[in-house]
Design a protein around this ligand. Structure first.
Ligand code: BES
Ligand code: MN
Ligand code: MN
Length: 463
């Protein structure tokens, strides 16, 4: 490990510059205008894996964006770690809220990142975190210190629902066989409070279209007499939560796992300041389901949120119109043991049932995913905890995340292996928002910590 440290010190500036190069390629998976850049990013990742010493590199085409595969098998008898990450990023808009170009990375110091943070779309989610693994691998390879086999599967469609990854997993289950999946695509509590992600929420994502009259109408001539689809949709959406912010869809909570008082107590002991939280977000108060704390509301409880809503006239000035149509995109975050298909069905039935006769509704489901919880008593988590202990000098705190990575539930189903989620970002890193960033401390700490996981996991597996 001393050798790794020396090599890291010699090369860390290059590690940073390579990440900046990666961030300059706008790999926005949601927008077909960027398809060429997405493909270029896959090539970049493949080349860097090759440079680092990986073999059997493949850029695997899918019905959507390609999946990059690479491996280093040093001895089939040794354990194998499969690294999963994504090289695609969220769209950068709203562009005018960025202080610097989303694909022109710059380094700035912040209160939480006094050693500097890299500002760019994908810096934290997930290019920066994914690339830590490529560099940790380079470090181990260059020093003949890789203790086990390693496989990389880096996809380009995570931000659009990973629809082509499941068939890929099933087709290549043999090639992807491994003993553990390792992912860095989540966050930790703070730079001096390391934590390991032990849960993800599932997701049901739905688009609704409400149609009133057959055309836009004069809002004076017809207003007051014809159902306005935007007014109607607003009321329908408002009715989906009661005064306790409980979701009113019948059956919605039926399968929700009841978390023990003991576990709730433990999760509420994690360092967290509600005042800092409000200050960061510039909100007067938090809001959520009655009877639960903010930490619980963002981890063990399901949610329903409008992600976007539109219709009618939204241009400059005032146009007096009673619109024909109104739209909304709605996400529901799910917890164990909810099932995304069942929730989508319950939502659809309920939404159709509450529509007044004055409108028609059309409900279209988008991608979804299942929730997961990973155990803390297995060698997977324990090896990761030891790795953090080695580099942070502190025992990490297990924490469930509010976000979703749908493929994680499938890893266990298809490959039958557990996942370890070593996230090195911070919740304040503004992923999916303007001015996304990733601390240089976090990037380097990740590169330093990952090899310890390999070491401890291999030792645990062999003992
Ligand atoms: N890396 C995130 C998920 C995440 C973020 C998990 C923070 C835990 C903490 C991932 O890239 C993501 O954004 N996932 C989407 C779901 C996907 C189906 C579009 C999400 O959670 O909205
Ligand atoms: Mn991600
Ligand atoms: Mn994301």
């Amino acid at each position: 490990m001393e050798q790794l440290k020396a090599y890291f010190e010699e090369n860390k500036e290059r590690y940073l510059n390579e990440l900046l190069d990666l961030l300059r390629i706008p790999s926005v998976s949601a927008d077909s205008a960027y398809s060429g850049d997405v493909a270029k990013t896959a090539e970049f990742v493949a080349q860097k894996l090759k440079d680092a010493g990986a073999e059997n590199i493949e850029i695997c085409p899918t019905a959507g964006h390609p999946i990059v595969y690479g491996e280093k098998i040093i001895d089939p008898a040794l354990p194998t770690v499969l690294v999963y990450g994504h090289y695609d990023v969220q769209p950068p808009d709203p562009l005018d809220l960025w202080e610097s170009g989303p694909f022109e990375p710059v380094i700035k110091n912040t209160e939480r990142h006094p050693q500097g943070a890299i500002y760019a779309r994908g810096a934290c989610d997930d290019k920066g975190q994914m690339y830590m693994h490529v560099k940790a691998f380079e470090n181990m390879q260059a020093n003949n210190a890789l203790p086990c086999n390693i496989k990389f599967m880096i996809e380009g469609e995570e931000e659009v629902g990973s629809e082509n990854l499941e068939p890929f997993l099933r087709e290549r289950a043999e090639q992807l066989a491994c003993d553990v999946i390792l992912i860095s695509d989540t966050s930790m509590i703070a730079n001096d409070v390391p934590s390991i992600t032990v849960g993800l929420r599932g997701l049901s994502y739905i688009e609704v279209e409400v149609t009133g009259p057959n055309r836009d109408l004069h809002s004076g001539t017809y207003g007051g007499a014809v159902g306005n689809p935007i007014n109607v949709l607003s009321k329908m959406i408002a009715s989906l939560q009661d005064e306790n912010n409980h979701i009113t869809i019948p059956g919605f909570y039926d399968d929700v796992e009841v978390v023990s008082a003991e576990e709730r107590k433990a999760m509420n002991e994690a360092p967290f300041s509600i005042d800092q939280y409000k200050k960061d977000l510039e909100i007067g108060d938090v809001r959520g389901e009655a009877g639960y704390t903010t930490l619980e509301r963002t981890s063990i409880r399901p949610t329903l949120d409008v992600n976007g809503m539109w219709g009618g006239y939204t241009g400059e000035g005032a146009k007096t119109v009673l619109p024909s149509k109104a739209y909304a995109k709605i996400s529901m975050r799910l917890v164990p043991n909810q099932d995304s298909h069942k929730i989508t069905e319950l939502f659809t039935k309920h939404f159709e049932s509450i529509a007044p006769e004055s409108v028609q509704v059309k409900v279209t489901p988008h991608h979804g995913g299942e929730p997961v919880v990973t155990p803390t008593d297995g060698i997977e988590y324990q090896s990761a905890a030891k790795a953090y202990q080695a580099t942070f000098g502190k025992t990490p705190i297990p924490q469930r995340a509010g976000g979703s990575i749908p493929i994680v539930a499938l890893f266990e189903d298809v490959l039958g292996v557990k996942t370890v989620m070593m996230g090195f970002g911070l919740d304040s890193d503004a992923i999916h928002s303007p001015n996304e960033h990733f601390g240089i401390f976090n990037y380097y700490k990740g590169i330093e910590t990952i090899p310890y996981f390999y070491k401890y996991f291999t030792e645990a597996k062999q003992s």
